[in-house]
Design a protein around this ligand. Structure first.
Ligand code: GLN
Length: 230
């Protein structure tokens, strides 16, 4: 359901099948600034059509992928990412990746859209979840570290070859001391925790579970609004 009937600058959808969608909604509302944003929860292809941009939240990528398939959203999502800005956080980042090193047994649905290969649970299990202060280029007040909340987070195993042609900007890398130990990810790309590719944004952690709305601002200003410019 729409939040407002005023004519918005942008309609941002949050995929609301499972996971931390409500938290993203709260963050976006806090963060409208002078912009008039409509924020809607997306559970159907019809709702997806209303959106200028989409956020895929953290949660469980296998469940979200399955629910997207059951609700007839998986193909519309695959089409959607070809033309509209999408931000994936944690499980959402997995869904938004082109390939996965360790899919669930029997396979799992991806939406694709960002030219990376990703590894689920790349830092280990729930007990190995952690927080880390991150340097992120392009954020407002970038000298102030962003609180990275990593919960069974995925690891960017590899930027795929197409990434270089797709205007990929790595905006945050994790410090060496925190690099994952998994043998699945040995290349230098495993330090990447946030990147923008074209108008898509991928974060392996959860900005929606903090009190810091700078990533939501970043998505609106760097990805959503420029995509609407005539
Ligand atoms: N916090 C999260 O979103 C965890 C992601 C989860 N490990 C998955 O595979 O989907």
């Amino acid at each position: 359901m729409k939040d407002t009937q005023l004519s918005p600058d942008a309609v941002i959808g949050i995929l609301a099948l499972q996971g931390a969608f409500a938290e993203h909604q709260v963050m976006l509302k806090k963060n409208c600034g002078k912009r008039q944003l409509d924020v809607i929860q997306v559970r159907t292809p019809e709702e997806l059509k209303l959106c200028d941009a989409l956020i895929i939240p953290g949660g469980e990528s296998t469940t979200m992928g399955l629910l997207a398939k059951i609700s007839g959203l998986i193909e519309p999502l695959r089409e959607y990412v070809k033309t509209k800005p999408v931000w994936g956080t944690c499980a959402g980042a997995i869904l938004l990746s082109q390939a996965i090193s360790n899919p669930k047994k029997g396979g799992q649905e991806l939406v694709g859209g960002v030219s990376v290969k990703i590894t689920r649970n790349g830092w280990g299990s729930q007990v190995e979840s952690f927080e880390a202060p991150l340097q992120v280029s392009g954020l407002r007040d970038a000298h102030i570290p962003f609180p990275g909340v990593f919960i069974r987070a995925p690891v960017v195993a590899e930027l795929l070859s197409a990434a270089s042609e797709l205007h990929t900007h790595v905006i945050s890398r994790i410090p060496d001391s925190l690099l994952p130990r998994s043998s699945l990810d040995e290349g230098p790309d495993r330090a990447i925790v946030a990147l923008r590719q074209g108008r898509h944004l991928l974060t392996t952690f959860h900005p929606e579970l903090t009190f810091d709305s700078r990533f939501h601002e970043y998505f609106v200003h760097e990805c959503v609004l420029p995509s609407l410019a005539p």
